[in-house]
Unconditional design. Structure first.
Length: 292
């Protein structure tokens, strides 16, 4: 059941949350004996300023930016205690990270999200949201903490409780597989949860109770019998908006990480409501592992 990553990409933007990104990246690399690929993407100045009049020497400035980024990445790399490589790319962050992940056959990408919402998100989105749509491998999205940044050299990742959001799609099946793999590796509890809209009438309530029983049986059936020998498994059928109920459940159960599949939506649905996965990534305070 194990799905051990061998190459992990850490997307570094040199923000105040870099240490947190590196801490999780290094901890997972130690756990799985994986190679860490540190990447920073610089802006393509020629593309940004191609239609503007400027006296700047763009080629020289681009080289200077690239050199500065590489020096900073190499400085970070020297402090790491895991095998690592450094990459500096030029262009759009999500595109270049996706391209690197394909070239290097990466098994996981780790990034942080600032939880952008509202009109600004509709217009420009975020690197994390774009990566969700383009990556071939799982994406671990970390929320940028306001305090208590982790040390990248001595942080150890401990997962005690793992929550998998399940809607019974093929993506959810893959999410369960990854959840089981993490539970096996970290000897953690595994929670499977499915959320349904609450019933409004007496008849609907009766039907809902029958549906709940079927869903609980279906959730239970997604867990292989063998896993119960080494994993404490729990299932739950929740009432309400999926991303809200999953966040509430995670808080009540003191969950350490949420694992979700990435489902396709039409462009209009994405613009209006998004998906459970990207809503959780924007609003949850704990790490979210999105798998395709």
């Amino acid at each position: 059941m194990r799905i051990p990553p061998q190459k992990i990409i850490s997307a570094i933007d040199f923000s105040t949350f870099t240490d947190t990104i590196l801490s999780y990246s290094a901890a997972l690399c130690k756990k799985y004996h994986a190679t860490l690929l540190l990447v920073h993407v610089t802006i393509d100045l020629n593309a940004v300023l191609e239609h503007s009049e400027t006296t700047l020497d763009l080629a020289s400035l681009q080289k200077s930016n690239t050199r500065y980024a590489r020096e900073r990445l190499e400085d970070l790399a020297q402090k790491m205690t895991v095998k690592n490589e450094v990459f500096v790319r030029q262009g759009t962050a999500a595109d270049e990270i996706t391209r690197l992940a394909l070239e290097q056959e990466a098994d996981l990408v780790i990034t942080n999200t600032h939880g952008r919402s509202g009109f600004k998100r509709l217009l420009i989105g975020s690197v994390t949201e774009k990566l969700m749509k383009t990556l071939h491998c799982p994406l671990l999205a970390l929320h940028s903490p306001e305090h208590d940044a982790k040390s990248s050299t001595d942080f150890e990742m401990h997962l005690r409780k793992i929550l998998v959001g399940c809607d019974f799609s093929p993506d959810a099946r893959l999410a369960v597989d990854y959840g089981l793999s993490l539970a096996q590796e970290f000897q953690a509890e595994l929670h499977l949860a499915h959320a349904v809209k609450p019933a409004l009438s007496k008849t609907a309530l009766q039907q809902s109770q029958e549906l709940r029983a079927r869903l609980e049986e279906k959730l239970d059936g997604m867990l292989p019998e063998a896993c119960r020998e080494w994993c404490a498994a729990h299932t739950a059928v929740l009432d309400g908006e999926p991303y809200i109920e999953l966040m509430n459940y995670a808080k009540e159960q003191d969950i350490d990480i949420i694992v979700l599949g990435i489902r396709g939506h039409t462009l209009w649905e994405k613009l209006l409501v998004g998906s459970t996965t990207d809503r959780l990534i924007r609003h949850a305070s704990l790490p979210v592992l999105a798998v395709r």
